[in-house]
Structures are given as C-alpha cells and as structure tokens.
Design a protein around this ligand. Structure first.
Ligand code: GLN
Ligand code: ZN
Length: 755
C-alpha cells in the first residue's frame, strides 16, 4: 500500500512566508527574496515528505496567497483592469489579492470568500468576458522544475476546472457557458505542458463535488472530464474530493476512468456506504482519506486499519491519505514547549500526520519494526484521554424543552423592556470593542512580559474603560459598552477562563494570504471555573448612569473557532459551552446588568455544505444552544446578539429562532441587501443593521447615515430599529471613531425628530 497527501501548509513552521510577504508588501525586500524564502520552505517540506516515505508528493499546492487565485491567474481569468495596470505577473497577482494603490495605479482587491466549511478564505476570481483565457504556467513552471531537480515522485496538484467554474464570479452579463469551452481547451494545454515537463501524474482538486449538485452540474463535470481524460496520453490523472462525500455524482465519477480518486472518509459521512453499495473500479486507486486533515488529534490506528481492511476485502486497490489538504492544521507540534508530554502525545499537526501515514503504511505492509508503531498507538488509546464529568453529563441529560425556551414570548418581553429601560426611539449603541491603540497593546505586552504587576495592568485597563465610558456619554450614545480593552481575542479570552481548554504557542493556521489564526483546543469537558466577565461588566456599569452592556461570545462561535474534540459529539461540546455561558449570563443579571450581548459572529461558519444536512447536522442544536444560554433571564433583561456577515439571508428564520431581543449585524458593506430578506421572512427580533462600514478609516457623514436609516425604516417597522456601526471598533483609530460616532448620534436624532 502506498500513501500520499493532497496538500501541506505553506505558511512555514515559524510563519516564515507570512513575514516575508509582509516585508515584500512594505517594499522592504525584493521579489527575489520572497521567492527564495518560499523555495526554502518547500525544500524543507519535501525533506519532511522524504523522511516519512510519502510515496506521491504534491507539487503545485504551494501558493504565495491563494490556490484558487493562482489557478485564475494561470488560465488568464484576470479582469481587464488588472491586466491594464501594467504590473508584472507577481504584482498583478497581489493586486487581485489585496488591491494596490500607487501614484499610477489604484485598484481594489477582488472579494474574499470563505473556503467551503473552513476558516480559510479564497480570493474570488472574476470573469468579465474580456479576459484572454490562455494557459500560462506563471508560477507552476518553476515549481515543476524544482520537483524535477529534486527527483521527487510528485503529482502536479491543480484546482480542477469544475470547481473553478463554480467559484468564479461572472460579471458583465457573462455566465459559465461563456467560459467553459475556452477554459477546458486551456486545461488541455495545461496537460500538454505537464507532459512536456516530464510530469507523470496530475491531480485535480474538485471540492465542489461534495455540495448539492444539479443535473446540469453533473453534466458539466462529466463533459469536462471526458474531454480531459481522453487526451491524457501517458499521464496519470487523479481526482481529489474533500470536505464531504460525493453522493450526487459517485457513479459518474467512478466510471470516468480516473487513475486515482481521493475520497473523504471523515466528513464524508456517506463515503463508505457509497462504496459498499456501488463498488469501486478495479483499475482506479482509491486514496482513502482516513486521517483527519482538519483536526489536530492523533489517529487511532486500529480504526484506520480496520477501514483499510474492509476496503481491501472489497477488492479495492487502496492508498492511504488524509481527508483533505493539511492546510487547515498547524505545521508541527515540535515548536510547542509549554504543553505537557501527555498532551503532546495526543496532538498531531501536519508534520506528525506525515508520520502517521508512514507508520500505518508500514503496519499494513508488514514492515519490520512496524509492530511497535501499532503497540504505541494502542497504548495511547487504551486509556481514556479525559475523565467523564458525571455531574455535567447529568446536567445535560436532564435538560428539557423548558431550558431552551425563554418566557414570556418576545413581544411581551419587549414591552416590559421598553418600560424598564426607557430608551428613546432609534437607540444608539456600538458592538463592543473600542480602538485597541498602541497604548493598550503595550500595556498587555508589559504585563505578559512581567514588566508591570497585575495590579498596574488592571488599573490601566480600568482607567481606559472609564475614559471610554466618558467618551460614549459625551457623544450621547444610549446604550454603552465597556470597550473590551481586557480582551485580545473574542474566543481566546473565554477559552483561557474556562476549564477544558488548552492553548498552543505556535499552532498557526492560514486564514487568508499572510493572515493566520491560532485556534484554542477543546481538550476536555468545558465548565466555568469562575465568573469570567462579571467583575469588569459590573465595574463599568457602576461608572455610568446609562446601561452598559454585558458582553459575551456565544457557544457556537467559541466552538467554531476552536479545534474540537473528536471523542464527543459536536452537539454535546456546544451544550457544555452553552451551560457555562448560561451561568455567566445569570451572574451578570444578578450583578445588575440589564442588557447582555452574546456575539455569534461565526454562526454561519459550520453550516453544512448540503442543504439537506442543515437542520439535522447543525441548526437543530446550534440554535437551541444559544437559547439555552439566555433562557433563564428575567423578562426585563434584554438579550442582544451580533453577527458579522449579513450573509445569513438563507437562514433568517433560524436567526429569529435564537429568540434574542435585539440583533445587530453587518449590513452597510453589503448595501443592506439583507433588509429585503428580513422583511420577506417577517423577522421579529429588533434590528440594528450596521449603518457604516468599520473596515475603513473613512468617517461617514451625517447625511450618509441618515440615508442608510431611511432605507432601513423603509423596510422595517421604525419602532424596532437600533442605530449602530457594522461591527466592533477595535481595528479603528480614536479620532475617526469619535467623529464617526458623533455623526451616528446626530443622524439618530434627526430620525427621531421625524417620527
Ligand atoms: N463584541 C465584539 C467586538 O466588538 C464583536 C466582534 C465581532 O463581531 N467579530 O469586538
Ligand atoms: Zn462583528
């Protein structure tokens, strides 16, 4: 049995690529130096692959910014405005990725989108009909030369034409049909090119196959690959699918004559059933994605081997692989110096997963010495990693419908809240954070380095909080926030205070381009050791006559931005978080906080890719979990929630079913498109559609905000409307924040005078 991988993280074990990119963007290093850093990273990775006897290694999975953008560039899907800029290939590429502003060129970036159900973001290519669709091996040529020089046994990893066609944005009245034929011809050119370079294997990534497919989609896929496979000549052609199973097109895919097909056995819940029911072609290698490419736990070798045995008993020619590219896990545990040996023995990042592929292959092939690998792995799994928490389990088991139901119903509550809170029409508020200036970052750094005492740090934060409250009072905002100066991150802050979480020092995962995130790890049962935000919220509330919102991150968002456990159902993990937050909410209420905001910025993130799975696999427990957090409060306590992207159009009824009293959300960046959808769904929650975009330092004028509000009240009952920015203000500067909020308050006053 052989093994292979789909892709490897490219940011570098110490984020070398990130730092080189940032320097290049600031013109601190020339392109040559950036390229040489990238080459060193790849060389190191090829070394790791060799060490772990990876039989077929990917070449072309490397990217300076994003693979889909590489593919678009390579096939000439470059909007005319970028072509005209006269920049060289590399800078045209970066202009599409992040925009460019010089004396002679001023171009915005292409939009960034979430990559399937991950926290990775791709750049959305744009087809305008004027593009010269032509294959040009911009970066690929050098990558193949490099692999040839190193005498690697490699596959050219390439985003497939079907996924590219599905993800391109068609503008200027164009559609798939205007691009497909030209694109397929150029993919034929690409295959010719690979052959001319003496490549022997090409693998096409087609993750779009795991989504719901229409008859036209299937026909498109089949026609494209009939063509490509008919001209393969002496090349071997593989197909990589991941992030789910390919239930809609399994039979078509398996009858086309691919040399290898990767299937995802982790997120692909139906993969095994599909194989059992329909068989698998004898002359195709099944790359069984049995090792989880998305999570950071060591695999249970017995489970993997059992699956391989069954596949072999079905007469299938198997290779071992990961469920998806390793892009979604950190590079290596070797950089973790603070975690215990016990914890480390359970963690497996990308480099450790290579070792797993090697060890399991050795066991299956009966290599000498392989017994020890199996024995070690069995020893690890023979003991329970974390003890059960019987009290917590009992608490969850005893939850009834009443725990998920807030009473009285919303209209009744809102009436009571309006009396108690005494807010004006069009109440003004902000989303939570205020500018995190250099001063605050220095304070945090000094405390972390031990340069100042805890007391000095806390005093510093308290002083900033009071200043922030004074500012909001001067501005005339109605509902205040404490500013979140004590928080560096909306998930890590809670993770650190909860039992059950662990943190890595270097577990960085690429989010987009040069940006990485370091998700905390849910290690055990999550419980609240002590109140997490009550002291700060009560302090802030005591310092103003106005209401200051309690500020929490919701259970689903905390979960979605963490590495989850694999030995516990997602639903249970989210319920544990919800119970911990429920106690916090009740404590905040006890401390006199009358308005509590529970952010669910990442609610949409793990919505299943297939419509038919939305409820059963996610919404049926994610939405009730949010209700569990707040259902215990008194009718007069007002619950707010906040969401970053108004891309929740498709799930509006479920958002309403979270049963919050008020929701604030990002709206101005998407031209308030969500308002029509809210109206169409008869949305009941009070709404604060953000009236200005906080991603730019631009100060919105009073007129602009008044116009936004007029648009809002043309769609929403004005009694229900709140006035607030799109999102938190932490990335903004003090001056622009002050001016923007001044205008926001002024605009709300104008609206009030008219109603
Ligand atoms: N309360 C958080 C803040 O204002 C919300 C952040 C977010 O939505 N991403 O920073
Ligand atoms: Zn937000």
């Amino acid at each position: 049995m052989l093994n292979t991988i789909i892709g490897y993280p490219r940011i570098g074990g110490k984020r070398e690529l990130k730092f080189a990119l940032e320097k290049y963007f600031k013109h601190e290093i020339p392109a040559e130096e950036l390229k040489s850093v990238a080459a060193q990273i790849r060389k190191q990775h090829y070394g790791y692959f060799a060490e772990q006897n990876i039989d077929l290694v990917p070449c072309g999975d490397f990217s300076f910014y994003d693979n889909l953008l590489d593919t678009a560039l390579q096939f000439g899907i470059i909007p005319e405005r970028y072509v005209k800029s006269g920049l060289n290939d590399l800078d045209t590429y970066f202009a599409m990725a992040r925009g460019v502003q010089t004396d002679s060129v001023d171009l915005k970036a292409l939009p960034m989108k979430k990559w399937f159900n991950t926290n990775y973001h791709y750049i959305e290519p744009e087809f305008d009909g004027k593009n010269v669709v032509k294959f040009n091996p911009v970066f690929l040529s050098g990558l193949i030369d490099e692999a040839n020089e190193l005498k690697l046994n490699y596959k050219v990893a390439q985003t497939g034409p079907f996924t590219l066609l599905k993800l391109v944005k068609y503008v200027a009245g164009t559609s798939v049909n205007d691009l497909r034929d030209a694109l397929v011809s150029e993919y034929v050119e690409f295959l010719d090119f690979c052959r001319s370079k003496n490549a022997s294997f090409v693998s096409f990534a087609e993750p779009s196959l795991v989504k719901d497919l229409t008859a036209e989609d299937k026909q498109l896929f089949v026609e494209i690959y009939r063509k490509l496979l008919s001209v393969k000549g002496n090349l071997k052609i593989g197909l990589d699918t991941y992030f789910g199973d390919i239930r809609d097109i399994y039979n078509e895919v398996t009858s086309l004559g691919f040399d290898a097909i990767s299937l995802d056995f982790r997120e692909g819940r139906k993969t095994f059933d599909l194989i059992r029911a329909n068989g698998f072609p004898k002359d195709t290698v099944l790359v069984a994605g049995l090792i989880n490419g998305k999570n950071i736990w060591r695999s249970n070798y017995d489970t993997v081997i059992k699956a391989l045995d069954e596949l072999k008993s079905l007469g299938i020619n198997c290779a071992l692989g990961c469920s998806c590219s390793l892009l979604h896990v950190p590079e290596s545990t070797e950089f973790e110096t603070k975690l215990s040996a016990k914890i480390l023995s359970y963690l497996s990042f990308a480099r450790q997963k290579l070792a797993e592929l090697n060890e399991i292959k050795a066991i299956v092939n009966g290599d000498s010495g392989a017994d020890k690998f199996l024995a070690d792995n069995r020893a690890l799994f023979s003991v329970k990693r974390v003890e059960d928490d019987a009290a917590l389990d009992a608490k969850i088991a005893s939850l009834t419908e009443a725990d998920f139901t807030r009473l009285p119903e919303r209209t009744e509550r809102l009436r009571i809240q309006h009396d108690v809170l005494g807010l004006p029409l069009f109440p003004t508020t902000t989303i939570g954070s205020f500018p995190q200036t250099a001063q605050i970052r220095a304070l945090r750094r000094d405390f972390k380095n031990g340069a100042i005492t805890r007391q000095a740090y806390e005093d510093g934060i308290a002083a900033l909080t009071v200043d922030c409250l004074r500012l909001q009072e001067e501005l005339g905002l109605d509902v205040l926030v404490h500013g979140e100066f004590e928080r560096n991150d909306m998930v890590e802050y809670f993770g650190e205070k909860l039992d059950g979480y662990i943190f890595t020092q270097n577990g960085w995962v690429q989010s987009y381009g040069s940006r990485c995130v370091k998700p905390p790890v849910i290690w055990g049962n999550v419980t609240r050791k002590e109140a997490m935000t009550v002291k700060m919220s009560a302090f802030a509330n005591s310092k103003s006559d106005k209401d200051v919102k309690g500020m929490l991150t919701g259970p689903v968002t905390i979960f979605n931005w963490s590495f989850p456990r694999e030995d516990l159902p997602v639903k249970t993990s989210i319920q544990q978080l919800a119970l911990a937050l429920r106690d916090e909410v009740l404590d905040l209420e006890k401390a006199g906080i009358r308005i509590i905001q529970i952010d669910e910025a990442a609610l949409k993130e793990k919505l299943p890719l297939r419509r038919s799975d939305w409820e059963s696999e996610y919404l049926d427990f994610a939405i009730p979990a949010f209700r569990l957090v707040h259902s215990g409060v008194k009718p007069e306590t007002q619950i707010h929630t906040h969401m970053c992207y108004s891309e929740f159009n498709e799930i509006i009824p479920w958002i309403d079913a979270m049963d919050a009293d008020v929701i604030t959300f990002e709206a101005s960046r998407s031209d308030f498109a969500v308002l029509d959808a809210l109206k169409a769904n008869n949305f009941k929650t009070e709404v604060g559609p953000g009236v200005y975009d906080i991603h730019s330092p631009r100060v919105p004028s009073v007129d602009e905000i008044v116009n936004a509000l007029k648009l809002i009240v043309s769609r929403e009952d004005y009694h229900k409307v709140w006035v607030n920015p799109d999102c938190g203000l932490k990335t903004r500067g003090n001056e622009e924040t002050k001016k923007s909020l001044q205008n926001l308050v002024e605009a709300a006053k104008i609206l009030r005078s008219q109603y």
